[in-house]
Design a binder for this molecule. Structure first.
Ligand code: GDP
Ligand code: MN
Length: 385
């Protein structure tokens, strides 16, 4: 998935003529201060962290400033953030517009209709997932006919726009459709689309380019995708590792057991923060690497659920004990293990000797992991929301 950062999405918007606030990307507080004021970005201004995760507004990653000094301080605060696991390296500094309303519009693919769909809601500025279904208009678009005045009128009506504002919307939606088609996007979203005077301005930009079409768009080759930094490392090491938004790490073997383990954990009130699928490996080197990666995700506790079929439980246990020794003291976490199957008695003995809570019963072991995590922290692990 090629998900463009906001500033990059806005570059695309600019190319196609979607109205935008005046803005510039900066990488240091000094640069932010120098960018604003006479001759530059007009004050007051908005400073926005360029991270892929949403919810920046609520998360302190969007700030306002009225003077260069305030811009400096705001930039300093945001550049120091680690937002949902991603270090903030770039800011978008934009003029702060006087907005009278925040709307939502997007074009995406509806997989059940097998058609592009235009979505519009008068409840912009909040994440669309939190908006009630009946407050979102969904208008299917014929891929060959494109957006006709019919769909655009339907959108204007649901947004409550008339007169010049409806005409602005009409023009804007044409641009959006053009982007959607020519750039092979699977999502083009503006949230919020702000009403400024009688016009409309895109305050945010979310553009996702269809993976299978990326060969047609070498200009996006540089864009990072949706993986977190740890997921990126895992990919290079060929480890199946996915970050979620909870605080408990899950290590299991096989996709089926891993998914089932996440479900059971959830059922007992635990929130999975990352899962790691060891697959068929009991190669001690691989296990150690996987374990170190898990440690870096800072889980409040880790639940290990291994079934020894071909792999032997005692081999896995030995590998684990070795791996645990490699974890730096500052990154240690409580571990609850359940290993069943081939040579399980030996495996459990090895783990217990190393001080790892090792239980046979699924329910008991899951509850122990949830309790261990609750004792440690209430926060998340910094995965994507
Ligand atoms: P997100 O929360 O990560 O989606 O970040 P957004 O780009 O959507 O910005 C969050 C919120 O900041 C918006 O919903 C607006 O309320 C506010 N905001 C952003 N730019 C401006 C601006 O130019 N003027 C005003 N008044 N508010 C802005
Ligand atoms: Mn937004």
């Amino acid at each position: 998935m090629v998900k463009l950062p906001e500033w990059r999405g806005k570059e695309v918007f600019r190319t196609y003529g979607v109205p935008l606030p005046k803005g510039r990307v900066v990488r240091s507080p000094e640069e932010a201060a120098a960018a604003v004021g006479p001759g530059g970005i007009p004050l007051p201004c908005v400073l926005k962290a360029q991270v892929l995760a949403g919810g920046r507004g609520k998360g302190g990653a969007v700030r306002f400033a009225s003077t260069p000094t305030e811009a400096l301080e705001a930039a300093r605060a945001i550049l120091g953030l680690e937002f949902k696991g991603e270090k903030v390296k770039e800011l978008l500094v934009e003029e702060k517009l006087a907005i009278s309303q925040e709307l939502y519009v997007s074009l995406t693919l509806d997989r059940s209709l097998r058609l592009p769909v235009l979505m519009a809601s008068a409840r912009g500025g909040v994440e669309i997932e939190s908006v009630e279904d009946h407050e979102i208009a969904r208008v299917p678009v014929h891929p060959f006919a494109g957006l006709t005045s019919y769909e655009k009128r339907a959108a204007a009506k649901s947004l409550g726009l008339t007169g010049p504002k409806a005409r602005s919307l009409d023009l804007l939606l044409d641009r959006l459709w053009e982007i959607f088609q020519k750039e092979d996007a699977e999502l083009v979203e503006i949230n919020p689309l702000a009403v400024v005077g009688e016009g409309l301005v895109a305050l945010d930009a979310k553009v996702i380019i269809e993976d299978d079409a990326s060969f047609r768009h070498p200009q996006y080759a540089e864009v990072r995708d949706d993986r977190t930094p740890l997921e990126e490392i895992a990919r290079e090491k060929d480890i199946a590792f996915v970050q979620l938004d909870g605080n408990i790490g899950v290590i299991a073997n096989g996709a089926g057991l891993t998914m089932a383990t996440l479900d059971v954990l959830q059922q007992f009130g635990g929130r999975p923060g990352v899962f790691l699928d060891l697959g068929g490996t009991d190669d001690p080197k691989k296990v150690t690497e996987a374990f170190l990666l898990m440690a870096r995700a800072r889980p409040a506790a880790v639940f290990l659920n291994i079934f020894g079929g071909v792999t032997r439980c005692d081999t896995v246990a030995t590998g684990l004990v070795e791996a645990m020794k490699e974890v730096p003291a500052s990154e240690r976490f409580p571990l609850v293990a359940r290993i069943r199957g081939n040579n399980e008695t030996e495996g459990i003995a090895i783990l217990q000797k190393a001080g790892v809570t090792s239980l046979r019963d699924l329910r008991e072991s899951v509850q122990a992991a949830v309790a261990a995590a609750a004792g440690r922290s209430a926060g998340g692990m910094g995965g994507p929301a």
